[in-house]
Write a protein of this length. Structure first.
Length: 189
């Protein structure tokens, strides 16, 4: 069974993207998806890195991703692109550059997202492609999840109320877990 670290690019408590990440985790076999928080990651600052090293929250997330078979990025779309807080996280995770090999290179990755608007996070997901290519990750394009009109898809508790979306999320989760297991770096699974 694959192990996948999932991160959400929104810090908002009522985030549709966190609801989506929780729905993916709930549709996976127990222990497949570990939801990791990016809340405690500071703004990237080269002076901070030089004086204090890698912050503890960053190191914990780097270690979790390095041990996992895959990374799931659940991204909102802000101003037709990726959210700054999530890009900041990836920037920290790639420091120092020597750690890119351990944390990212060859690691299966999937990008999904939800939005109350009509774009389905299409532009944000596309904006991530040069980043994952630069880091040498292995993208999974087996099943795309770009949820539009998220306010009608999730109820107040965060459950998916649309049966077709629930089925798409389940199929995505199964497919990405298979992909991550089949392409795990260093044949770990």
């Amino acid at each position: 069974m694959a192990t996948i670290v999932g991160i959400c690019g929104s810090l908002r408590s009522g985030s549709f993207n966190m609801m989506l990440l929780r729905a993916v985790a709930a549709s996976a076999p127990q222990g497949t998806i570990e939801i990791a928080s990016i809340r405690d990651i500071p703004l990237y600052d080269g002076d901070l890195e030089a004086s204090a090293g890698i912050p503890e929250a960053v190191q914990r997330l780097k270690d979790a991703i390095a041990k996992a078979d895959g990374l799931l990025i659940v991204t909102p779309e802000y101003n037709n692109s990726m959210p700054g807080v999530l890009k900041n996280t990836i920037d920290w995770l790639s420091r120092p550059p020597a750690d890119i090999e351990r944390v990212f290179r060859g690691r299966p990755v999937a990008i999904i997202g939800a939005t109350p608007g009509q774009g389905g996070t299409r532009l944000s997901q596309a904006a991530w492609l040069p980043v994952i290519r630069t880091l040498g990750m292995l993208p999974c394009f087996e099943s795309l999840i770009m949820i539009s009109g998220a306010a009608k898809i999730f109820d107040a508790s965060g459950a998916i109320v649309d049966e077709a979306t629930r089925d798409r999320v389940r199929r995505f989760t199964e497919g990405f877990a298979r992909f991550a297991a089949a392409h795990a770096p260093n044949g770990r699974t």
